[in-house]
Each structure stands twice: as C-alpha cells, then as structure tokens.
Design a protein around this ligand. Sequence first.
Ligand code: BGC
Length: 415
Amino acid sequence: MIKTKAAIAGLALAVSAVVANAGEVEVLHYWTSGGEAKSVAVLKDLLTEEGHSWKDFAVAGGAGEAAMTVLKSRAVSGNPPAAAQMKGLDIQEWADLGFLADLDGVATKAGWDELLPKVVSDIMKFEGKYVAVPVNVHRVNWLWANPAAFAKAGVKIPTTWDEMIAVGPKLKAAGIIPLAHGGQAWQDATLFEAIALGMGGSEFYNKAFVTHDDATLRSAKMVEIFKTFKATRDLIDADSPGRDWNIATSMVINGTAAMQIMGDWAKGEFTAAGKVPGTDFICAPAPQTEHQYTFNIDSFAMFGLESKDSKVAQDSLARLIMEPKFQEAFNLNKGSIPVRQGMNETPFDSCAKASMASFSSTAKTGDLVPSFAHGMATTSSALGAISDVITNFYNSDQSADEVVVKLANAVKASM
Ligand code: BGC
C-alpha cells in the first residue's frame, strides 16, 4: 500500500514536470497518403506522450510543392509553423534568410555528428550549425511490380529500358496497363531521373543535374535519354494526367497495372495494404540502375519561435526524430530506411535491407547520387526550370533534339 502511494506520488510529480514544460508545435508536412499518415502518426504519438501538443498542418500534394507554397506565404506573413518538412537545398535557402532555429544544443547532447553519415549532416547544417533534423533515407530509383500481372502476360520484369519498352505490347495484350504513372510534373521528373541515371550513368547524372555542365545537358546521350522517356508514353494509360502517385501505386497493388517507377514511399502503400514483398509485389532497381542509388532525405527544419514552451516542445520533437524508437517505427511504415546509423536491421523487410546494403556500397563507388526530382541536387529555381522542360516535352510533340537545347538554356537562365 505504502509502495503504491509512493508510486502514485512519483508519477504525479513526473506528470507535473512534463506538463510544466508542455508546449505546442505546429508541424507542416505533406504526408497524407495511407502509408504516410501511419508514419507521421508515430511522431505525433511520441511527442504527445511527452506532454506536448501537436498541431497538424498537413498540405496534400506529392513531393511537397503545394506545402512549400503554403510555407512561403505563412513565413512572409510572419507566422511560420514550428517545424516544416523540407529538403536539401531548401534548408540552406531558408536558413540563409534567417528563419531557422539553431538545434546545436539538442544535436551535441545526442551526438548527431557521430550518428549521421557526413553527406547527410552537411545538408542539415547551415554555417556549421544544425538547423534541420533528418528523418529517413528514401531510395528513389525503384521499380515496383505486380508478379501476378507479369505471369498473366508471360513476360519478365524488365532490367533495361529497352526491355521496359518491349514488354509494353504484351502486357497490354493481357489487358494490363504496363506502367502506372501520374501525370504530374514531379512524377514525370521522377521517371525521367531514373532513365537518365540508368542510361547515362552516375557521372553523367551528376554533371547534368548537380553541376549543370552545359555540354552534358545538350549531349547526344541526353537526346537518347529523352527519346526513351518519350517512348514510355506508350506504356501509360489515358487517365494518367493529374493522377496522384498513391493512386498509381494502388493500380499496381490491385493488378490493373504491372509496374510503377517511384521512390520507396510507394512501399508504404503496399505495406499499409498488408502486402508482402517477394510474394505480392516485387521491388527491383529501376532498369539499368542496380548499382546506383538516388537518395532522397526527408527532414524537418525548425523555425525560430518566440514562446519558450513551444521552443521546449520543438527541441523535444528534434530529439525524438533522431531516437532509435522513432527511426524504426516511422521507417517501417514509410518504406524508407533509418538515417541514424547503427540501427538494428532485423525488423526491416527485404526491400529495406536491399536499400541499406546499396546505400553503403554505392557511397564507396561514387554511385550514391542526390535525387534532383526530390530537391536534393540543385536549387529550387534550377529544379523548377528542369522539371518544366521535362513535363512540357512529355506532354507535347517536341523532338528530343529540340528539348536538349531548351533544357540547357533553361538551366543556364535559372542560375
Ligand atoms: C518525399 C516523401 C513523400 C513523397 C510523396 C517525396 O518527395 O520525400 O516523403 O512520401 O514525396 O509525397
């Protein structure tokens, strides 16, 4: 009895300690699909368990373009959220404008420098200080396939882009849409990026999309890549324009379509639907990219806040994101792999394990490249220019010879 009383008193003390420092964090994100919503709920639960409150600020729209537009208008009116999902060079741009909070206190205490690959911590820092916290690593160059659809058509999952184009008629003859695709600029760019990496190789990819070498952008190789990209139009259906990526994934899940080229957030949809890799679906590298890895790191940038309590809650959020419990539970749902090094790999499925192995092997060979389509490789203005050129080409009868000139000129004008 005495023991129980003491325990209750202890608990009450602990609760009041938590509540005394409780604050609210408003979190802007674009994780609204089935798998994504399950993933973000993990973070919300961990934060609220610490007594803080989570104000959800979800802006739907794949790859976050809509969310970034909303963020800009909130920041301009002097009222940014406490945390916003953000990528690569955007972090540097926001920090340079003076909007972001210094997270070095949390980072030093938890030893983030030792827990993160340098390629990641460099992106999270501005002038040597952490201003954002990474959540995961997504591999973008994946092909998701429905094995039953392939069996029905009597064809193999393609490993080259020529094979990809060649299986189209056979899948169609079996009543299956070869490629599930959503006609949105960022999805066009995601498909194009995979073709460019596979056909051009990593060095070519970096020269074109990271350092923007003019001769590479106008090269004969780039012409070939655009031709193959246009040829994939024969693989997609007439309802593709405007389709959301997760609707495209659901077409592969239910066998209406045979494949999708998409980052491993697509796996979050298969998992949420109770599907098992290797049996119900196959994850294979996008054609010709088996030994390459296009990385895409989700992260939260923290904005400068006035309220002390909110600042406490914001620091808790940053700390929780890097803790093993969150890194495991979130990434199991999201389809990505933990960004924190040294995590136990056992709970992860075969696709995630393949991603982990490839992430470390490609880092050694120079084949770990930043995804330009997902904002990891270049400035937002260069990305906007590149992605406009790609999507206009895909949706018109422009020739590949014409488009490379447009690409090189648009990139030059954006810099
Ligand atoms: C993000 C993912 C997200 C996907 C679809 C990507 O750019 O990195 O976290 O699931 O877009 O919105």
